[in-house]
Design a protein around this ligand. Structure first.
Ligand SMILES: Nc1ncnc2c1ncn2[C@@H]1O[C@H](COP(=O)(O)OP(=O)(O)OP(=O)(O)O)[C@@H](O)[C@H]1O
Ligand SMILES: [Mg+2]
Length: 312
C-alpha cells in the first residue's frame, strides 16, 4: 500500500478568453474546473497502476466534491481530515490568441494546530501499513518548512520509505530526514544549488550531491527528459516524442510511475523508464488529464535510456 499526502489541495479553474486585456474588461469564452493537488494526482495515477493507495491530508466542507469524486473514480481510499471552509482555487487565464497563460494562485489553506495533530496520528497509523509514503506539494499556511522533516521522520520510524516532491526550504528540510526518493525538476534543483545549471554535467553533479541526502534522486527535465541516480550508478532518458497537449500533472505522473516500479522491486533504470512513460502518457492527454497506466505501459518501449559513464 502507498499513502500519498496532500496538505494543500486546490481546484484548478481555467478561464479561456479570446484575447486577454490587462486592466480591461475581459469576457470568458469558457470556464472549466478540475480537481488538483499534487498528492491527489500521484495517488490517482498509482491507483490506475493497480496499487492500493490511500490519501491523507486536508479537505474542506464547502467544495471538496470535485476532488472526492475524482479520487473515488480512480479507486483511491480517501482518509483526509475534513475541515470547515473551502478548497482554494488556482485560476489560469488562457489568452487564446497569444497562447499565454496567466496564473493566479490563492494562498494555501490555514490549518489549526489541533487538526494537524489529528492528521499526524492518522499518518503514523497509515505509515505502519504502507511500503511508501509520498509527500508532494506545499504546506498549509503558517507551518514551517521543517514540517515535512518531522512528518517524514515519524514515517521512517515505522520502516516505511518516504518520497519527497517539494521545492525550496521544504526540499532542503525534507532531505534531512533522508527520504528514499526525491523528484526535483530542473528549477527546483537550481534553487537547491542556489545557481543556474547550464549543462547536463552540472545537472548530473547537482543530482549526485542530492543523493547524499536521499537514496534515489530522479530529476525531471521537462521536454529534455529525466535523469536518475542512486549516487553509484546513473541513467538518463530522453522524453518520449508524443503530441504534447498539456504538461499539467506531468511531474506527479512521473513520481507515480517511478514509485510503482520501485514497489514492484524493479531497479532505478526501470523506475526511470516507468516515470518517463507515465509522464509521456500524461502530457499527451488534453487539459489536466493524468497518466493512464495502459498507455504508459505501451510507451515504455519508446523510452530511450543510457547509462551515465562518468557519474562522479
Ligand atoms: N514537452 C514535453 N514533451 C515530452 N515530455 C515532457 C514534456 N514536458 C514534460 N515531459 C515529461 O514529463 C516529465 C516531468 O515534467 P517536468 O520536468 O516539467 O515536471 P514538473 O516541473 O515537476 O511538473 P509538475 O508541474 O507536474 O510539477 C519530464 O521529465 C518529461 O519526461
Ligand atoms: Mg513538480
Amino acid at each position: 500500500m502507498v499513502t500519498c499526502i496532500c496538505l494543500s489541495p486546490c481546484i484548478d479553474k481555467t478561464v479561456s478568453i479570446p484575447k486577454f486585456t490587462y486592466g480591461g474588461m475581459n469576457r470568458a469564452k469558457s470556464i472549466r474546473t478540475d480537481p488538483s493537488g499534487k498528492g491527489f494526482n500521484v495517488a490517482r495515477v498509482l491507483s490506475r497502476f493497480g496499487v492500493k493507495t490511500v490519501v491523507q491530508g486536508f479537505l474542506f466542507h464547502e467544495n471538496s466534491e470535485l476532488i472526492t469524486k475524482a479520487l473515488e473514480e480512480d479507486g483511491v481510499i480517501n482518509d483526509c481530515c475534513l475541515l470547515p471552509g473551502a478548497v482554494r482555487t488556482n485560476t489560469k487565464i488562457l489568452d487564446e490568441e497569444n497562447h499565454i497563460i496567466t496564473e493566479i494562485n490563492e494562498p494555501n489553506p490555514a490549518v489549526d494546530a489541533e487538526s494537524m495533530r489529528k492528521f499526524e496520528d492518522k499518518l503514523r497509523e497509515a505509515a505502519k501499513r504502507s511500503e511508501y509514503v509520498c509527500f508532494s506539494g506545499s504546506l498549509p499556511a503558517g507551518f514551517p518548512p521543517d514540517t515535512n522533516e518531522r512528518l517524514m521522520n515519524a514515517v521512517s520510524d515505522t520502516g516505511s520509505r518516504c518520497v519527497l516532491d517539494a521545492e525550496g526550504d521544504a526540499l532542503k528540510a525534507g532531505l534531512r530526514a533522508n527520504p528514499y526518493l526525491v523528484k526535483p525538476n530542473k528549477y527546483e534543483l537550481e534553487l537547491f544549488e542556489g545557481r543556474p545549471l547550464n549543462s547536463s554535467e552540472e545537472i548530473r553533479l547537482a543530482a549526485c550531491r542530492l543523493a547524499s541526502g536521499a537514496s534515489v534522486v530522479l530529476v525531471s527535465l521537462g521536454k529534455d527528459g529525466a535523469l536518475i541516480t542512486d549516487g553509484k550508478r546513473g541513467f538518463i532518458a530522453e522524453a518520449v516524442d508524443v503530441d504534447v497537449k498539456s504538461t499539467v500533472g506531468a511531474g506527479d505522473s512521473m513520481v507515480a510511475g517511478a514509485v510503482y516500479a520501485l514497489m514492484e522491486g524493479m531497479g532505478i533504470k526501470t523506475a526511470l523508464k516507468y516515470g518517463v512513460a507515465a509522464a509521456a502518457s500524461c502530457v499527451s492527454c488534453e487539459g489536466t488529464g493524468l497518466a493512464n497506466a495502459e498507455t504508459a505501459k505501451k510507451l515504455i518501449k519508446q523510452v530511450k535510456v543510457t547509462e551515465i559513464s562518468n557519474l562522479l
